[in-house]
Design a protein around this ligand. Sequence first.
Ligand SMILES: [Mn+2]
Length: 313
Amino acid sequence: MKKNRTYAGIPENYAQLETAKIVLLRVPYDETSTWQKGSDRGPEAFLKASENMELYDIETNSEVYKQGIHLTNYIAENSSPEKMVEAVHFEVKKYINKNKFVTIFGGEHSISIGTIRAFNECFNNLTVLHIDAHADLRKEYEGSKYNHACAVYEANETTNLVQVGIRSMDISEKRVMNADKVFFAHDMAENEYWMDDVIDQLTGNIFITFDLDALDPSIMPSTGTPEPGGLFYYETLTFLKKVFTERNVVGFDMVELCPNPQEKSSDFLAAKLYYKMLSYKFSSDIEEDEDYSVEKNSHFDKLSKFKDNDQYE
Ligand SMILES: [Mn+2]
């Protein structure tokens, strides 16, 4: 019998939906990107790189895959941007309601309209932490509300949107932008306290939408629109660790990996970063912030809107 494919090639007993705490959805969608195409191949490149990664995390002294990571089938709906967003919204919500820690790998950034909508319906007092080179605040772009340039317009209306790493936008986006909650890359470069300043803007429940072009193109060249002046690896990890430690992260997505067969290090970085985020979420070796103690691994117990649907805990 052919072995089922699992995330990172983990043993099948860690990949069962019933027992896994984590679910990974893949959305290979790239219909509205404006420059370099190819983020539809992102999930496959990410998975391939994950299969070649060592699964013990030195920093947290943990093997987070043992919490269980279930890989679902691709969300392949691409007949229209609206239908794709609806399919993502439906699938994400389905797994949140099964009490899973839901993660999503894109695809271009328009998939996040669906992921964010699902998390916002399921969690109270949600902050969307948007890490990106681009503001993505257009109400409409090239005739559609579901374009990648509109990825967080809805989140800005319906959640506490906090934007980090921004270094490219249209002047029209300034009108809807919340100045206190936007951290521009050029300001971050000169403010040694930017991480704490961001944390101060975050509410209790956090959904992270991570556009890989937030990273500096010197370490993440394989993305549709590589913008100079981005985040580096260790500052990104330090920041994420702070967020995971001091707040209750309820899920995340990662988008815009545009793989280049000649340049595998970007795929590998995405794979490592994803695994790091899981390690930070589930590792018990990270010290809790005393002022903001949320019990580990119980992101539903206190704050979810779906307490009655608990199934597996
Ligand atoms: Mn971007």
